[in-house]
Every structure is written in structure tokens, then in C-alpha cells.
Design a binder for this molecule. Structure first.
Ligand code: AMP
Ligand code: MG
Length: 307
């Protein structure tokens, strides 16, 4: 009897210890507030190492810092480390896959419209034409997704059971809940209040949103958003308010969310039909919500896009 009691006490202590191993932190990085929640024996260490990784990636790839790789590339320096070159190659492949809608050399245009310094203005057509010929690198449309993926890789090398990293609205999950129930990721409601809908997913994945509400200015009743259409050199106006992409690969999720926003509903649906690695949720200017059939969206009324 005593043995059973001792065993039960040990089990209780063990369960208690496991449950206690979780840690959370809010950090400011990549110009946004990030929230990290990690469960597992190495949770505290993982919070510290993940925070450091995110900060390093931010300064390494920042378009605004003079000492970043991006700034060096924009000065014409092409001597990249193997890891940096791998990211540039992956970005170029995604550019090709999206027909150039995702295009990481539009920084001159972002500057022209005043987005980096928040000194917004509508430029002349000749200024736009000139900036379209400049090729200045900017990894802003893919860095958070890449960072989420790198963070998941880092967590896989530690004693971590699961994690949910909210990187400025973009969510990276890692691992699964102990009872096998799915992660529930809210999509932001532009009207404020609760989330628009909930994405359910299991395991490690990225849920990334691009939207015209994230950074924009208005002039003469027109909203100019921070996502540039590479075909025109002007802020994209494709009839969408936001696109959320769900994908196992963070870099792909981030690049595609930006690309689909530029492409609009019809061309995005065509790209989804010829792909098998992502799902998407669209919110249109006129208030429609549409989700591809594998998106696992709940909590709102929506139209299903089928293959
Ligand atoms: P995201 O919020 O991921 O859609 O990324 C938008 C950011 O990427 C902008 O703030 C710009 O820095 C940059 N960007 C703007 N337009 C594009 C584009 N068409 N393709 C790639 N990057 C872009
Ligand atoms: Mg993006």
C-alpha cells in the first residue's frame, strides 16, 4: 500500500514538474511586438535562444540598417555565406513560382512611396518609372516566415514539446498539444473585436497574413498600402483586404501571402489549384470571406474554394 502511495506521489510530482515547464515572453523585434510561448524542459533556455535568433535575423537582414547583408547586397557586394545564399536562392525560386508578384527587389519603390520612414506621398509616374528600374533588395515580405521556420528548427534541437510563436500577427506553431487537439489560430478581424475566424491545425506550421490594413496611408479617398504591385510600381489594389496562408514551410507561407495579395482572388485561386503545399483564406474589399477547402476555417460564414 505504501509503495503504491509512493508511486502515486512520484507520478504526481513528475506530472507537476512537466506542467511547470513552460515559459513565455513578449519581445519587440522586426518593428513589431512578438509573443513567444514554449512548453518543455528547456522552455526558459528556448525563450532566450529564440529571442536571440529573432534579433540576429532582424539585424542581419534589415533593409534599413547599413551593416546588414541586405545593405551590402544593395551596395553590389555579392560575397554571401552559404546560408545567406540559400535564402536568396529560395526567395528567387518563390519569385518565379508567383510569376514575379512576390518580388524582393522593390525597396526603391517602397522608399519612393515613403513606407520605410512613414513619410508617405504619391509620387509622379516618371518617378515610379525610374524606381521600377532600380533593383534594391528588401526581405520584408519573407523574413518573419523564414524566422519562424528557423525558430522551429532551433526548438527541434532543444528539449521542447511544443511552442506557439506570434511574430507580429504571423503565427508559427511547433509540435502538438499533449491531448492531440489542434492549435487554434485566430485571423484578425479588421473591424476590431474578436478574431474573424479560427484556423485549426496540428503540428508545426505557419499561418501568415498580408493585408492592406497593416501599413497604409490615405490621400484623396484612396488607400495606398505597403504591398507594391511589381507590374505597376504602385501599391497593390487587387480587390483584397487580406490573405492568410497556411503552409508547413514558413518562408513559403510569407512569400505567398504577399504574392496572393498582389495577384487577387482569381489568379491566387489558379495558383492554389496548381499547388499542393498551402491553403488560404481571402477577405475581399466587399466583405466576402473565402477559404480553400483544406484551410480548416471555423467561427465565421465563408465560401469554400474547391479544387
Ligand atoms: P508582407 O507584410 O509579408 O506582405 O510584406 C510586405 C513588405 O514586403 C512591405 O512592407 C515591403 O517591405 C515588401 N514588399 C512590398 N511589396 C512587395 C512585393 N510585391 N513582393 C515582395 N516584397 C514586397
Ligand atoms: Mg509576406
Amino acid at each position: 500500500m505504501k509503495r503504491i502511495a509512493a508511486l502515486l506521489l512520484l507520478l504526481f510530482l513528475l506530472c507537476g514538474c512537466t506542467a511547470a515547464h513552460s515559459a513565455a515572453a513578449d519581445i519587440f523585434c522586426m518593428d513589431t511586438v512578438m509573443n513567444l510561448q514554449i512548453w518543455g524542459r528547456d522552455a526558459d533556455k528556448a525563450i532566450a535562444e529564440t529571442s536571440q535568433l529573432l534579433r540576429e535575423l532582424d539585424s542581419h537582414w534589415s533593409a534599413v540598417r547599413d551593416d546588414s547583408v541586405t545593405a551590402a547586397m544593395n551596395r553590389g557586394e555579392t560575397d554571401l555565406s552559404a546560408e545567406d545564399q540559400a535564402l536568396v536562392d529560395a526567395v528567387c525560386a518563390l519569385e518565379a513560382r508567383t510569376g514575379g508578384a512576390f518580388h524582393s527587389r522593390l525597396y526603391a519603390l517602397s522608399e519612393l512611396w515613403g513606407f520605410p520612414g512613414k513619410e508617405y506621398r504619391v509620387p509622379s509616374q516618371s518617378e515610379i518609372d525610374a524606381a521600377l528600374t532600380e533593383e534594391k533588395w528588401d526581405f520584408g515580405a519573407s523574413l518573419k516566415g523564414y524566422a519562424g521556420q528557423k525558430a522551429a528548427d532551433l526548438l527541434s534541437q532543444l528539449d521542447v514539446d511544443r511552442a506557439i510563436l506570434s511574430l507580429g500577427g504571423n503565427v508559427q506553431t511547433y509540435g502538438s498539444k499533449p491531448d492531440g487537439s489542434p492549435w487554434q489560430i485566430g485571423i484578425r478581424n479588421l473591424e476590431g473585436g474578436d478574431s474573424l475566424g479560427i484556423i485549426s491545425l496540428t503540428g508545426t506550421a505557419s499561418v501568415i497574413t498580408s493585408g492592406s490594413y497593416q501599413r497604409y496611408f490615405e490621400q484623396d479617398g484612396i488607400r495606398y498600402c505597403h504591398i507594391i504591385d511589381p507590374r505597376t510600381g504602385c501599391p497593390a489594389r487587387s480587390g483584397l483586404v487580406s490573405v492568410t496562408v497556411i503552409c508547413r514551410d514558413g518562408l513559403t507561407a510569407d512569400a505567398l501571402s504577399t504574392a496572393l495579395f498582389v495577384l487577387g482572388l482569381e489568379d491566387s485561386t489558379a495558383l492554389w489549384r496548381e499547388s499542393s503545399d498551402f491553403e488560404a483564406v481571402f477577405v475581399t474589399d466587399d466583405g466576402r470571406i473565402l477559404a480553400t477547402e483544406g484551410a480548416n476555417l471555423s467561427g465565421c460564414e465563408y465560401e469554400v474554394i474547391r479544387r
